[in-house]
Ligand binder design. Structure first.
Ligand code: PLP
Length: 405
């Protein structure tokens, strides 16, 4: 028996897209790590904001602009509560995790990193937590040090401890691997870095949707996530940063809203968090994202976690019975696998025809693929709106795929 959330049927009814069919078959959406579907409250918030109060924020004295600004700032408060940040000035709105990490690498790098300085990342990072540091490396000659993974898909913490030296300036690691499902021991990772007085940035793209994140308890220095993976709209993300770091970091982009006073003789910058938010923000997206965060908080992130973990356990037990299957890492909210010698893309295409949406390929983690000696995996990733029945559909579809080869 799976623990039940309030009522799975009611929950599913909140997500209009879940009732659609593909190829005359009910859709089984198991690509939630790539993006989640949106509940009606989020869709309605977008329509409502455009229909009743759309006006650019912060710059207008008129009524609509004030309403829009108030809603945007209320959304920031919602994110602050969601992450348990100590102040809303630590919440920077971005386009997504990718932009959050680019902002961090650029701005932190500019202020704190010089030629020969080192950043520690890991072998299981998404490209968005590798390439921004490589770009910085090209600009400033910094060096990437890489935490290896063990054969069972965990970070090798003993090796991690050996990577620190007097040149280490920051650790930037993922909380949960988008390929392996491994939930990294983030508290331990942060504790070790702080012993060396090195700050830690956490890529929370795959953790924020599935577990309660308390940035103060975690004591991370930065935390990035994308709203679209937490049931919100695309084009919205967050970079949380401790005020004492953000205060010292230079702006990422220049333009409206991030300034104090502009003269040709010199420009001063706005206070936090606006210093990092140049130009018109995606305020409608931010407002809708806050509705999504409220939605998951109403369900309860602990309930979500318990439910999803048992759903994935059920899936993994079923998958393990499939001959020749190879499961990678430590499945949590997602499970990655390959079926013998059948190419992952072939599995994906055939599953699609059977109504099951999964992701296949390298999952934007090519260095990890190299480490595993493969070109890709099939990844089924779950949400609280998925059901045991859908897992059964996946399992029987996989058996059909095998029978076709
Ligand atoms: N980091 C991880 C672990 C991810 O899984 C993803 C997306 O899949 C990202 C970063 C990038 O997120 P986005 O494309 O929303 O910026």
């Amino acid at each position: 028996m799976l623990p039940e959330l309030p009522d799975i049927k009611e929950i599913r009814a909140d997500f209009p897209i879940l009732s659609r069919e593909v190829y005359n078959t009910p859709l089984v959406y198991l690509d939630n790590a790539a993006t989640t579907q949106k509940p009606r409250v989020v869709l309605d918030a977008i329509t409502q904001a455009y229909t009743t109060s759309n006006a650019n924020v912060h710059r207008g004295l008129h009524r609509l602009s004030q309403e829009s600004t108030e809603m945007l700032e209320a959304s920031r408060q919602t994110v602050k509560r969601f992450l348990n940040a100590s102040s809303s000035s630590e919440i920077i709105f971005t386009k997504g995790t990718t932009e959050s990490i680019n902002l961090l690498a650029t701005s932190f790098g500019e202020r704190f990193m010089h030629e020969g300085d080192e950043v520690i990342v890991s072998e299981m990072e998404h490209h968005s937590n590798i390439v921004p540091w490589q770009l910085l490396s090209e600009r400033r000659g910094i060096v990437l040090r890489v935490i290896p993974i063990t054969d069972d898909g965990r970070l090798d913490l003993d090796a991690y401890k050996t990577l620190f030296n007097e040149k280490t300036r920051i650790v930037s690691v993922t909380h949960v691997s988008n390929v392996l499902g491994t939930v990294n021991p983030i508290d331990e990772i942060i504790r070790i870095a702080h012993q060396h007085e090195v700050p830690v940035a956490v890529d929370g793209a795959q953790s924020a949707p599935h577990q309660f994140v308390d940035v103060q308890a975690m004591d991370c220095d930065f935390f990035a996530f994308s709203a679209h993976k937490v049931y919100g709209p695309t084009g919205v993300g967050v970079l949380y940063g401790k005020e004492r770091w953000l205060e010292q970091m230079p702006p990422y982009q220049g333009g409206g809203e991030m300034i104090g006073r502009v003269r040709f003789s010199g420009t001063t910058f706005n206070e936090l968090p606006y210093k990092f938010e140049a130009g018109t923000p995606n305020y409608i997206g931010n407002i809708a994202a806050a509705k999504a965060l409220d939605y998951v908080q109403n369900l309860g992130l602990d309930n979500i976690r318990t439910y999803e973990e048992s759903l994935v356990k059920y899936a993994v037990e079923g998958l393990q019975e499939i001959p020749d299957i190879k499961i990678y890492g430590q499945p949590s909210s997602l499970v990655s696998f390959n079926l013998g010698k059948i190419h992952h893309s072939d599995v994906g295409v055939l599953l699609d025809r059977l109504g099951v949406a999964v992701r296949t390929g390298h999952h934007c983690a090519e260095p990890l693929m190299d480490r595993l000696g493969i070109t890709g995996t099939v990844r089924a990733s779950f949400s609280f709106y998925n059901t045991k029945h859908e897992v059964d559909v996946l399992l029987s579809a996989l058996r059909k795929v095998i029978s076709m080869f």
